[in-house]
Design a protein around this ligand. Structure first.
Ligand code: G16
Length: 567
């Protein structure tokens, strides 16, 4: 664009921004781009969502017109919350540098919005002759439709071409953004479905036991969310090879109420409406289907009616199953010298899962702060990055180098039956297709777990027997202002308020295999308290002690323990 055209173009753009923000007045309170974007009561969000439309369009223009995503969802939060999160052109989370712009824009007065937009254009050297492209999707929350209107307006005001993809799972939107920019696969919803269905079918065919196998049916709690809509379609495509029985499909129950991945992980009870007979394979998705928990009933009575026989296989279990499974093929393909493989966890990972990964599987493990954005970024630093949060978010990323070596192996060994090594190349290639490369995805994780169990001939019982979890507790404590709680060392140590970490250290020292930390949630107005120890008695003492310390030192208002360990 000629320099004489820049100022008029900018004036037109700012006028258009001024017009759109006027229709979405700023609500009271402050907003912060947290663990997964903005999340709060939906009534507070119209101005924020409209401004995120503006930012998404600016981000796209700053990236030379590549597609950027914006998804309206509050995932595991209650139905009356909503949220908005932006997706970068590679299908990953918004770059941290732009999160600062997001927070600034969300809190700016009408006038400051114009200054901020102008500042972003300058700093990011945005060429105003580029046309932006924004993909929009939302979950099933009733407020989503209203909020999407503002998002759409904001993006259009900055001259973006907007594609509203409708009601999608969060991973489907990430996938659409990634592959619309890469042009290597169809980015459409049908393309997404066909990609994972084809990879799953091929993996079943490559199974050394032959393709005439029986895959255990699985009962899927869809949290009354968007997962139900798309799982129905996926189940039809995979029938009769695999069978998915859908529960909490949204026709009767309330989103995330008494069901969903967060509910079963926190309370360690069955989701409402799903009757698990002993040893049946079951799982729960969350409200936007980007995380998954597996569980079964071991048939034992625990005296705790809601959780009788309940056994949970969480994100740590997925990490250990899939890392071990994939590493085995890396070894058989003789790629272990050429490819670095690492497992990324957070402080919430059970200590015994980390010991199993390092001790039994001999894999390197790293720890990051909570939030897919941190784990995903760390995983990208390795050729094969396996990342999972204990709460069920995660996937396995393959670097370009890994994919090139695997592809070369497939090309030089076209017949998978010719040797174990040949088969391993083919299996790795299909796994890299099955596992969503943009973000953790409940659907592809579910299918990958089914494949790993099928190859190993394992039931959930065999899977859970790999190691025993250390007893652990997760509690939520409401404090007057959670922003006073600040942490360091991948959230394992608390640096503010002063004195809190000293008290935690003293308590942890007294307890065998003790570990505890506190951190402010980025999605709810609470502080989370995690504790683990060698026995249930010890972990109860430790957890209660830390909760009391948070109350006293961080200004507690209300607190409740929301997590029981598997006994
Ligand atoms: C989001 C993030 C996750 C994070 C979770 C809880 O999940 O994507 O990475 O683990 O929030 O975060 P916090 O402890 O900060 O509240 P989701 O499924 O709600 O989108």
């Amino acid at each position: 664009m000629a320099s004489s055209e820049v100022e008029p173009a900018k004036t037109i753009l700012l006028t258009s921004v001024a017009n759109t923000i006027e229709r979405f007045p700023l609500r009271e309170g402050s907003f912060s781009y947290g663990t997964a974007g903005f999340r709060t009561l939906w009534e507070r969000l119209p101005s924020v969502v409209n401004r995120m439309g503006i930012l998404a369009a600016l981000r796209s223009r700053a990236k030379g017109g590549q597609g950027v995503g914006a998804v309206v969802t509050a995932s595991h939060n209650p139905i009356f919350d909503n949220g908005v999160k932006l997706v970068d052109p590679d299908g990953g989370m918004l770059s941290p540098a732009w999160e600062g712009y997001a927070t600034r824009l969300a809190n700016a007065s009408q006038y400051d919005v114009l200054l901020t937009v102008s500042d972003i254009i300058e700093r990011e050297h945005i060429d105003l002759s580029t046309v932006g492209k924004v993909f929009i999707a939302r979950d099933t929350r009733p407020s989503g439709e209203i909020l999407v209107d503002g998002l759409l307006e904001g993006a259009k005001a900055v001259g973006a071409h907007v594609e509203d993809l409708g009601v999608l799972t969060t991973p489907q939107l990430h996938y659409a953004v990634r592959y619309s920019n890469l042009n290597s696969k169809s980015s459409s919803l049908q393309g997404y479905m066909e990609n994972i269905v084809t990879a799953f079918r091929k993996l079943v065919e490559l199974n050394p036991k032959g393709s005439d196998v029986k895959i255990d049916p699985i009962k899927v709690d869809c949290a009354n969310g968007v997962g139900a809509i798309h799982l129905k379609h996926l189940a039809e495509m995979l029938s009769p090879l695999a069978e998915y029985r859908i529960y909490n499909d949204g026709t009767e129950g309330v989103l995330n109420e008494g069901c969903g991945a967060e509910h079963v992980k926190s309370l360690q009870v069955y989701p409402i409406g799903l009757d698990a007979a002993p040893n049946e394979h079951c799982c729960s998705l969350d409200g936007d289907a980007d995380r998954i928990m597996f569980f079964y009933n071991n048939g034992e009575t625990s005296g705790h009616a809601e959780g009788d026989g309940f056994k949970l296989l969480d994100g740590d279990r997925m990490a250990s199953l899939l890392a071990g499974f994939i590493h085995n093929f890396v070894l058989e393909a003789e790629l272990d010298k050429e490819l670095s493989m690492t497992v990324i966890q957070t402080a919430y990972a059970n200590g015994n899962s980390t010991s199993y990964l390092t001790g039994q599987l001999k894999l390197q493990v790293m720890c990051t702060s909570t939030g897919v954005k941190y784990l995903h970024a760390k995983a990208l630093e390795h050729d094969i990055g396996v990342y999972f949060e204990a709460n069920g978010h995660g996937t396995v990323l393959f670097s370009d180098k890994a994919l090139q070596l695997i592809l070369a192996g497939v090309e030089s060994n076209p017949d998978p039956d010719s040797s174990k090594k040949a088969r391993s190349f083919h299996i790795l290639l299909q796994l890299s297709d099955l596992l969503n490369q943009a973000v953790g995805d409940a659907f592809s994780d579910m299918l990958a777990v089914q494949i790993a169990l099928l190859y190993r001939g394992w039931s959930y019982i065999d899977w859970i027997n790999c190691y025993s979890d250390l007893p652990n507790r997760l509690a939520k404590v409401r404090v007057r202002d959670r922003s006073i709680v600040k942490t360091t060392d991948a959230e394992r140590r608390c640096v503010s308020p002063p004195g809190l970490q000293d008290v935690i250290d003293r308590m942890v020292k007294e307890v065998s295999k003790g570990r505890a930390f506190v951190r402010p949630s980025g999605t709810e107005d609470i502080v989370r308290v995690y504790a683990e120890a060698e026995t249930n008695k010890l972990v109860d003492e430790l957890s209660n002690g830390v909760i009391a310390a948070v109350f006293e030192i961080a200004g507690g208002v209300d607190g409740k323990q929301t997590h029981k360990s598997s006994k």
